[in-house]
Design a protein around this ligand. Structure first.
Ligand SMILES: [Zn+2]
Length: 131
């Protein structure tokens, strides 16, 4: 599914348009981690007790208004299809439910929000594990 883009035409419109994503899972996770690391004092809302959520509930939960919103934006910027659900982010990043819990659950810190540095650290830990 190779697509040829008219780069000159795209440049003329000023439209940001991804050409393609050729990254490994580890590279993708690092890309998102690096993005979080650059968010300064921003705080990201965590999920509550995802270890008790049914798979379907987790996968269909909206990325709006939680830490996955920034993940989704970052993935969308590099051309990965997103649909506003955590499930699609899981598919894009190869995240298991355990990974989602380790990344996004409040119970590791017992705070409802974390900063970008903490989010980046969590993602880098996940990237270091076997998929
Ligand atoms: Zn938890």
């Amino acid at each position: 599914m190779t697509k040829t883009l008219d780069l000159a035409a795209l440049a003329a419109t000023g439209e940001a348009r991804p050409i393609g994503v050729l990254m490994t899972r580890a590279q993708l996770l690092e890309h998102v981690a690096a993005s979080f690391a650059q968010t300064g004092n921003r705080r990201f809302k965590l999920l509550v007790e995802t270890e008790y959520w049914a798979t379907e509930t987790l996968r269909t939960t909206s990325t709006t208004d939680n830490i996955f919103a920034h993940v989704e934006t970052t993935l969308g910027d590099i051309g990965l299809p997103t649909n506003g659900t955590i499930g699609r982010v899981m598919d894009n990043l190869g995240l298991s439910e355990e990974d989602v819990h380790d990344f996004a659950c409040y119970c590791h810190t017992c705070t409802s929000q974390i900063d970008g540095a903490n989010a980046a650290s969590r993602l880098r830990t996940i990237a270091g594990r076997k998929a």
